[in-house]
Design a protein around this ligand. Structure first.
Ligand code: GDP
Ligand code: MG
Length: 173
């Protein structure tokens, strides 16, 4: 069976760890100083329930509440991973705005999404509670978990992205 192609985009404020998560997920290591302006697409091939998947992760340069949503993020993408840092209240609040902009741009009532609270290794600097994360995820009809690109807690990310790929069907396009 040929590999199924899946394409997901990482969205969120600058510096929340989008690139670090993508690199940790695809290459298995933590990079401390990744150029924040780089937009890159990472490719990972894996097998799930006997089916090969070729997953493309579009790592965006980051958005804020004033960003105009590039229209190419609404096309050709199967699902979205919204990232905030649990240490940054504003990065959390921006997710909601981004999500609503995305719905508006795409003309959809719902998009397949995962909400990720990153940097959970920095517990002492926590600015967003788990409860708040869950509430936002409910609002977005998204799966939710906290993770850390630094402490390699990407097993949760892997698990979720795999489940995500399994359920992302081309009809979402
Ligand atoms: P991006 O702008 O969203 O792509 O963020 P980056 O991946 O470039 O990360 C921004 C900064 O946060 C960098 O200095 C990273 O080393 C750091 N960082 C990313 N993920 C984590 C994490 O899980 N824990 C900690 N402590 N730092 C992180
Ligand atoms: Mg980046």
């Amino acid at each position: 069976m040929p590999a199924k192609q899946r394409k997901v985009a990482l969205l969120g404020f600058r510096s929340v760890g989008k690139s670090s998560l993508a690199i940790q997920f695809v290459e298995g290591h933590f990079v401390d100083n990744y150029d924040p302006t780089i937009e890159n697409t990472f490719v990972k091939v894996f097998k799930l329930k006997g089916q090969d998947y070729e997953l493309r992760i579009v790592d965006t340069a980051g958005q804020d509440e004033f960003s105009l949503f590039p229209s190419h993020y609404t096309m050709d993408i199967h699902g979205y991973i919204f990232v905030y840092a649990i240490t940054s209240r504003s990065s959390f609040e921006i997710v909601r705005t981004l999500y609503e902009k995305l719905l508006d741009m795409s003309g959809k009532q719902q998009v397949p999404a995962i909400l990720v609270g990153n940097k959970c290794d920095l517990l002492r600097d926590r600015a967003v509670s788990i409860e708040e994360g869950k509430q936002l995820a409910d609002y977005m009809h998204a799966a939710f978990f906290e993770t850390s690109a630094r402490s390699r807690e990407v097993s949760t990310l892997k698990k979720f992205v795999c489940i995500f790929c399994l359920y992302l069907q081309p009809q979402f396009l």
